[in-house]
Ligand binder design. Structure first.
Ligand code: FAD
Ligand code: SF4
Length: 502
């Protein structure tokens, strides 16, 4: 298998071209200029060394059979490549676009050359498969008389539902939003993941027999205990949606919002839906606190909405964007990644902590720079609006790696502040009242290593059990949880379980 000299003939990666910045910030379409089969796709796939121990596969939570599909891509055997890919991944059109590609960071070729283009191969295979009409509904040959309710339609819930439907069970997915997809629908912006990709997958699932109930919040519109009495098993796939707050003086001012109040509105507007919080960055000084994936998505969205300027604050130092010569081996996937939004404008400010919000007029708390505690001053009046954020530089020092540096305080102008510092745990208020399950020490729904909660017949997968994570982990958990539910219902299972719960 493979071209044994492929990696010697082509030593570079052909990174997927993006559209020019000035063009793409005028619309909400995918930032890439290229997609699907390209003139260079096969020679890039031929760089795979077909390693005896393919570290790429163990790097992928789904256990994707990467060397096999790399070779099938090299030979242009799209049906076979699609057959291999769909054995392990329910939604490769998503991971092929937005996964940080843990597999590429684990690729052995990466020790002495840039790694193979696994993520792009995945995307090309599935795009070819849709174009060539290989992707068809796979309804079960036999149906069981068992029923499952899946609560939450993010990647974990959808993967779980698709596996269980194909195993013959009657599966109903409940979603409190008006559309299916979880964070793939209203969190991740359209310029990273166009929503038509989700629609055609949902249509496939419907044709297989999965039923969807949108605009239904379990716990309010139907209680959790009623759900359990109606179904043979319940899967909790509600994500990790409670945001971490920045409880700084002045937090009460208007104009300070969580990222997930801002991002969904942008997508809702693109698709002609009514925004929920009616937020826009247009003509505003925007400050984004937190420079991870979510912060970067807020940046790209603010730029497209016509912000006056955007500052992204990060307490951490800037990460290197290329691997130093002293560190040649594969490493943590996200370390050297730049996002497309970073090239589009705005300013990243590193080594900087937030002190307090400043409001109108002259409303500013007096805060001790060293301790961050408020020493005197106002509590912002409820009608005030944010005008700025006081920040201070940090450096390694007596108080640890982020010791505040007196004398470096300054105020960044801000009419819109977006808090993007992560998520704490799932929203379990109604679940705990109506169907008590145990939580773990972080507030996630506790489970054993086969996704069973403390309540018989109730399972949990995705961010709700694992904590805030990635789409690829959510799909892997959804698949594994489906296998556990199938075994619970029937006593045995042939469904694959790529990972145990952690
Ligand atoms: P979610 O996708 O959060 O879905 C949970 C669903 O449950 C939601 O639709 C919610 O409405 C629904 N729900 C909750 N409670 C109820 C209830 N009581 N009744 C009915 N429905 C309910 N990961 C990547 O791999 N790559 C990226 O580029 C990336 N970008 C991201 C950008 C942003 C802005 C965010 C916030 C996250 C990003 N992630 C990314 C992380 C990724 O989206 C999540 O890890 C993943 O979506 C988790 O999947 P999930 O199915 O567990 O939960
Ligand atoms: Fe190919 Fe890299 Fe996997 Fe080796 S580790 S089989 S080179 S993709």
């Amino acid at each position: 298998m493979g071209d044994p000299r492929g990696f010697l003939k082509v030593r570079h990666r052909h990174e997927l071209a993006e559209r020019p910045v000035e063009e793409r910030i005028k619309d909400w379409n995918d930032v890439h200029a290229e997609s699907g089969l390209q003139p260079w796709t096969k020679e890039q796939a031929a760089r795979c060394m077909d390693c005896g121990t393919p570290f790429c596969m163990s790097g992928c939570p789904l256990g994707n059979i990467i060397p096999e599909w790399n070779d099938l891509v090299r030979m242009g055997q799209w049906q076979e490549a699609y057959d291999r890919l769909s054995m392990t991944n329910n939604f490769p059109e998503v991971t092929g676009r937005i996964c940080p590609a843990l597999c590429e960071s684990a690729c052995v070729l990466g020790i002495h050359q840039p790694p193979t283009m696994i993520k792009n191969d995945e995307c090309t295979i599935i795009d070819q498969a849709w174009d060539l009409k290989y992707v068809k509904p796979l309804p079960p040959e036999r149906t069981s008389d068992q029923t499952v309710a899946v609560v939450g339609s993010g990647p974990a819930g959808l993967a779980c539902a698709q596996q269980l439907t194909r195993a013959g069970h009657t599966v109903v997915v409940y979603e409190r939003d008006d559309e299916v997809g979880g964070l793939m629908r209203y969190g991740i912006p359209n310029f990273k993941l166009e929503k038509g990709l989700l629609d055609r997958r949902v249509a496939q699932m419907e044709a297989e027999g999965t039923r969807f109930r949108t605009n239904v919040e379990v716990g309010k519109d139907i209680s959790w205990d009623e759900l359990q009495s109606r179904y043979d098993a319940v899967v909790v796939a509600i994500g990790s949606t409670v945001p971490r707050d920045m409880k700084l003086p002045g937090r009460e001012l208007d104009g300070i919002h969580f990222a997930m109040e801002f991002l969904p509105d942008a997508t809702r507007r693109i698709y002609g839906k009514k925004p929920v919080h009616d937020l826009t960055a247009k003509d505003k000084h925007v400050v984004i606190i937190g420079g991870g994936d979510t912060g970067s998505d807020c940046l790209g969205t603010s730029i497209r909405q016509g912000a006056k300027d955007v500052t992204v604050l990060q307490i951490m130092p800037q990460e290197p964007t290329s691997r130093p010569d002293s560190q040649p081996w594969p490493t943590f996937a996200r370390l050297y990644q730049k996002t497309s939004s970073m090239e589009e404008g705005g300013e990243y400010v590193y080594n900087t902590d937030s002190v307090n919000f400043v409001g109108t007029p002259e409303q500013e708390a007096k805060v001790s720079i060293e301790t961050g505690t408020q020493t005197e001053g106002f509590v912002a009046d409820e009608h005030g609006h944010v005008t700025g954020l006081k920040v201070v530089s940090v450096a390694p020092g007596d108080d640890g790696p982020f010791t505040r540096q007196p004398g470096t305080e300054r105020v960044l102008p801000a009419d819109l502040v977006l808090i993007s510092v992560g998520f704490l745990h799932p929203d379990t208020d109604t679940l705990l009242e109506q169907l008590p399950v145990e939580l773990d020490g972080r507030g996630n729904v506790a489970r054993d290593d086969s996704y069973a909660t403390s309540r018989d017949g109730v399972f949990v997968c995705g961010d709700a059990g694992r904590g805030q994570s990635l789409v690829v982990w959510a799909i892997a958990e959804g698949r594994s949880c489906a296998a556990a539910v199938d075994r619970y219902l029937t006593g045995a299972t042939e469904l694959p379980a790529p990972i145990v719960a952690s």
